[in-house]
Design a protein around this ligand. Structure first.
Ligand code: NAI
Ligand code: HPV
Length: 525
């Protein structure tokens, strides 16, 4: 039975789902060293933001198939390391959107009305009505940095509070912003005009210290900044200085450069509200993300695709349904052409034809690469790491798409260049889903791939097929099917044989000695 390690606290419904297919161990609060010690026995790892999945953990996870992040941000996971290891990383892109957006809005209103301090004051038996004069948000400018899922919901609710929304997101269209009732602006304007600024971007090299000394200098002195996205997007030291000097009016932070927050002057500031990374901490969100991610882990352990993988292309179920039979075809052909070309290839041309000539069919290219590398890497290559492995091995992959068709509604053409020259194959599916190789080195054939195959390039002349048949027979090799393809009578021809048995040692060189045989190749699929 598969084993899943759950290293952060998740809703029990997640454990229930995982238990359908695996032994589930919930062990929270482990150190990196402790995880490295136990991870080799696990097939899957499920976590939230407290566990840091380092390169060392990924590399120690020799059995890991999938890492599931019960939330949005995967910045605590070394995704490139996981990709290289062929480990799928999944998250729950929408499970906690509302929770995080509502937390940001709660922070904004708490800041503007001093709710936390006022609450403490009353609990301390005081009645300080003059100390807590607030500001209204009505008719104020809210700068939303990152108009994705959370930023959009914040903007929508804030508009209903009567706020004007200035949004900055270089990847969002004006139409989308208009739809949300937001004005798309550049960062300069957002900083200069906003009364409140709320951050909803992922942590990337571009967003690191997006708010720092220089940018704070451009803001109004009355501005209040809310960060419920990621620590590090604000330069904490610069923020502390601005708050201490009164350069800005206030800040509300849910996320920090170091979590848990250690020694920090932030704790001493009266114009700051701090929460311990609570954005996703609602009952609803925790049930949502636990179900979303546990189901994906369960599916992957059952050999099914994941719906929200961050390191392999996401496919809608109907596209997947259409591509599924072709994935096997592309992979088999990649394996075949790599053996014909001599294993070590330096380029692979993939031409997707007919109904496959769409951008949705990108996974077929990955499948062809996977097949191409399978001789060298065996089970170490998969859909996650195939493209990266090819790049690292210096294999140039060229994709083309050609919507025209001849005999089949969709077909795949691969051409590989390796130590044995350039070879090509074309393949298609019959209406019953069976795979056919329809073309070899531009010679028309029609053979189903089989475990053991023999291909020859020979002169089209009487008797040659009989000689090969007799030779195979004398070595007790049974022929399952045989096809000859030629372009002109008595010119060059190819022979493709599916064999029931592997070719015994020495037989290939005997075959190449038959008069008229120019070349012969064996292939094991
Ligand atoms: N505090 C908490 O507990 C939670 C925090 N989060 C964090 O909130 C953030 C936003 O999450 P979602 O809205 O779900 O993500 P999303 O992917 O839907 O939205 C992010 C938006 O940021 C934009 N963006 C990317 N780079 C940018 C840049 N350099 N400048 C401006 N915009 C940029 C993208 O175009 C996208 O529209 C993430 O960092 C996530 O990790 C999410 C859930 C809970
Ligand atoms: O989903 C996210 O990105 C979050 O930051 C939520 O973090 P958490 O799962 O509450 O540790």
């Amino acid at each position: 039975m598969a084993k899943v390690l759950v290293s952060d606290s998740i809703d029990p419904v997640g454990v229930e789902i995982l238990s359908q297919v695996a032994q589930v161990d919930v062990k929270t609060g482990l150190s990196a060293e402790e995880i490295i010690q136990i991870i080799p026995e696990y097939d899957a790892l499920m976590l939230r933001s407290s566990t840091r999945v380092t390169k060392e953990i990924v590399e120690a996870g020799s059995k890991l198939q999938i890492i599931g992040r019960a939330g949005v941000g995967v910045d605590n996971i070394d995704v490139p390391a996981a990709t290289r290891q062929g480990i799928i990383v999944v998250n729950s892109p929408e499970g906690n959107t509302i929770a995080a957006a509502e937390h940001a809005l709660a922070m904004m209103l708490s800041l503007s009305r001093h709710i936390p301090d006022a609450n403490q004051s009353v609990k301390a038996n005081k009645w300080e009505r003059n100390r807590f004069i607030g500001t209204e948000v009505y008719k104020k400018n809210l700068g939303v940095v990152g108009l994705g899922k959370i930023g959009s919901h914040v903007a929508t609710v804030a508009r209903s509070l009567g706020m004007k929304i200035l949004a900055y997101d270089p990847f969002i269209s004006k139409e989308r912003a208009d739809q949300l009732g937001c004005t798309l602006v550049d960062l300069e304007l957002l900083f200069a005009e906003s009364d409140f600024i709320t951050l909803h971007v992922p942590k990337t090299p571009e967003t690191q210290h997006l708010i720092g000394r220089e940018t704070i200098a451009k803001m109004k002195p009355t501005v209040r900044i809310i960060n419920c996205s990621r620590g590090g997007i604000i330069d904490e030291l610069a923020l502390i200085e601005a708050l201490e000097s009164g350069r800005i009016a206030g800040a509300a932070l849910d996320v920090f450069e170091q979590e848990p927050l250690g020694e920090s002057r932030l704790r001493e500031l009266s114009n700051v509200i701090l929460t311990p990374h609570l954005g996703a901490s609602t009952t609803e969100a925790q049930v949502g993300v636990a179900i979303d991610v546990a189901e994906q882990i369960r599916d992957v352990l059952l050999g099914l695709p994941a719906r929200s993988a961050v390191n392999i292309p996401g496919l809608t179920p109907d596209v997947m349904e259409k591509l599924r039979p072709y994935l096997q075809l592309a992979e088999t052909m990649g394996n075949l052409v790599s053996q014909l070309a001599g294993g070590r290839c330096d380029s692979l041309n993939v031409r997707l034809q007919g109904e496959l000539a769409t951008k949705d069919s990108q996974p077929l290219v990955v499948a062809a690469i996977k097949g191409l590398l399978s001789q060298a890497l065996r089970e170490r290559v998969n859909y996650v790491n195939a493209a990266i492995e090819a790049k690292e091995r210096g294999i140039r992959v060229i994709e083309t798409r050609d919507a025209s068709t001849r005999d089949y509604s969709g077909s795949i053409h691969l051409e590989a260049n390796g130590s044995m020259g350039t070879h090509s194959v074309t393949g298609a599916l019959l209406s019953n889903g069976e795979i056919r190789i329809t073309d070899l080195d531009e010679f028309p054939i029609n053979v189903p791939p089989s475990n053991h195959m023999l291909f020859t390039l020979h002169q089209d002349m009487p008797g040659i097929i009989g000689k090969i048949g007799a030779l195979l027979g004398s070595f007790n090799v049974n022929i399952a099917s045989m096809q000859v393809g030629r372009k002109i009578i008595r010119g060059d021809a190819v022979m493709a044989l599916s064999l029931d048995d592997p070719l015994p040692e020495g037989l290939l060189s005997e075959i190449t000695k038959v008069p008229g045989i120019r070349d012969a190749y064996t292939v094991k699929l």
